[in-house]
Design a protein around this ligand. Sequence first.
Ligand code: ADP
Length: 199
Amino acid sequence: MSYVLGITGGIASGKSTVVNVFRSAGFPIVDGDVVAREVVEPGTPGLFALVEAFGEMIITPKGTLNRRKLGNLIFRDEEERKKLNRTLEPFIRNEIDRQIEVARKSNSLVIADIPLLYEGHYENKMDAIAVVYIDQDTQLRRLMVRNQLSEMEAMNRINSQMPLNEKKHLADVIFDNSGTLEETADQVIKWLKKQAFIE
Ligand code: ADP
């Protein structure tokens, strides 16, 4: 039996950083962001469903998704945004499940990197959930630097998510990324050893 560890966090809390440590240690990653793009590739049922919902104008002549057009449609329109999420959600969910099942067959540990793990209620697919935590001041600072945002813009993005403290309380495992990259990597390696996934 293989073990599925779901990893989530808040914006710029260091999820990608932690996932990279697992990747370097050789474990397979199912990436929710990648899946969200795969399900709307040309010729997919997901893209077909989007055309049904929003019309042919969201397709380029080459048959790819015209993200700019779609973006304009949902920009500042809450109802259209909800429609987009509702349309794609089942495709994303199925594909994440499928990739986890495939990876399970040949690996003792599978990492599921799902940004909205709690919000999307993916908990029941996981054997355990790790939250990448940082204190809010550090989160704000790193987000401002990474995305070139003002303090106000960064604060707004942080506040639009489920509070990281709340996720921390729900987590089975906490990786605290407030310190150096090395300290974070050490926590991951310790966990892998404790669970006997590495020696
Ligand atoms: P997420 O994937 O959660 O959005 P990232 O892993 O991209 O977050 O990290 C957010 C930003 O903070 C990136 O610019 C990254 O390089 C930086 N960062 C992450 N962890 C650390 C750390 N321990 N020390 C310093 N900078 C970090």
